[in-house]
Design a protein around this ligand. Structure first.
Ligand code: ZN
Length: 358
């Protein structure tokens, strides 16, 4: 399970140290710190309005993760610590210093543990304060006790261990226990969990994070090359040219039956691409049906993925059946596919930066 973390500017937490140490102690959970800027442009957080107004770069970045946790000092309009929406949870540290003397870093680990605990089992929450991770916490000051105790009460433990869990949930439960163990160890001595970890002198926890980063970045492609398989030799040349410029294009190689291709492949692909180039030649679009292409493009537009129609040599204008492509700027290879200007324009469309003008 992959989790991405964000902190709003000025929030005093060290997500880098927290994620690398959680990666070290957890077996199933993989943590990453998000690159996009997280900002809430209103005084209060409201559900789902604030979630819907998150900027598109965060939405895009979080799509490949199972869960995104976004930490802020701002207050919910119902004064909750957090709510969840789709794969996201905005977590509020509002009024923290009145609730506990512990660091917000301990709070970050507590909330992650709490949300993972709910992922494992959300059938019961205690109304009363017991210090168990499954407390609901009507009284927010209970969080101080919950971080110091950092435990699962006997009745919750019995309930959870009696369930027949999938292997994934069993592994999540092991990770949850590791997180609670370390949270309790630091919190009961009033210690910042980041200081606790720094004093451990763990050799290079960043090595683990680096490996994950490499694994994740290979999943993401700068551009999807939609084309008619009759044009494949030409598209392969363009694909190689893009690679030589340091881009990571996606060219489908597998033979997938036409009917299944759109549903199975495109829905998955669209999450892994940053732009889409639609190649149009005199042979048309092949297995792409007009309806499919229109649906694909409207999904790209919805996700703010740039769409670039590319006219291959011999095509003067967008064919009538693809008239909806006229709302985008085209790239046009006039006479042959080695034209530098056209390639530069294509790279411009993909990256947003003109290769020669920067
Ligand atoms: Zn309990």
């Amino acid at each position: 399970m992959k989790i991405i973390l964000y902190a709003e500017k000025n929030l005093q937490v060290d997500l880098g140290i927290i994620s690398s140490n959680l990666n070290r102690i957890c077996k199933k959970l993989i943590f990453q710190v998000g690159k996009s800027v997280f900002e809430i442009n209103s005084q209060l957080i409201s559900h789902p309005k604030t979630y819907n107004s998150l900027n598109s770069t965060i939405i895009r970045e979080t799509e490949q993760y199972d869960y995104a946790f976004l930490f802020t000092d701002k207050q919910y309009d119902n004064n909750y610590f957090f709510e969840t929406y789709e794969n996201k949870a905005i977590i509020s540290f509002y009024g923290w210093n009145h609730l506990t003397t512990l660091s917000k870093n301990n709070g970050v680990v507590y909330f992650i543990a709490d949300l993972i605990a709910l992922k494992i089992d959300n059938s019961v929450r205690h109304d009363e304060t017991t210090g168990c991770i499954y407390d609901f916490g009507w009284n927010k000051t209970a969080i101080d006790l919950e971080m110091r105790n950092a435990f699962i009460c006997p009745s919750c433990l019995a309930r959870i261990t009696s369930k027949k869990f999938s292997e994934e949930k069993s592994n999540l439960f092991i990770d949850l226990r590791e997180m609670l163990d370390i949270l309790g160890k630091s919190s009961k001595w009033n210690q910042d969990i980041v200081t606790y970890w720094n004093n451990l002198n763990v050799p290079n926890p960043n090595i683990i994070t680096k490996k994950i980063k490499e694994q994740l970045s290979s999943d993401i492609h700068d551009v999807f090359l939609a084309h008619n398989s009759a044009d494949k030799p030409l598209i392969e040349i363009i694909c190689n040219k893009l690679k030589s410029k340091g881009l990571n294009p996606w060219l489908d190689k597998e033979q997938i039956p036409p009917g299944r291709w759109f549903q199975d492949v495109i829905q998955d692909t669209i999450k892994k691409i940053s732009s889409a180039a639609i190649f149009i030649s005199n042979t048309g679009l092949g297995r792409w049906q007009v309806v499919e292409l229109r649906s694909f493009i409207s999904q790209c537009v919805e996700r703010k993925i740039p769409v670039i129609p590319v006219l291959l040599p011999g095509v003067e204008k967008i064919p009538n059946e693809f008239v909806f492509l006229n709302e985008f700027n085209w790239v046009k290879f006039k006479n042959d596919i080695n034209e530098e200007d056209a390639l530069d324009n294509l790279i411009w469309g993909i990256t947003g930066k003109h290769p020669k003008r920067h």
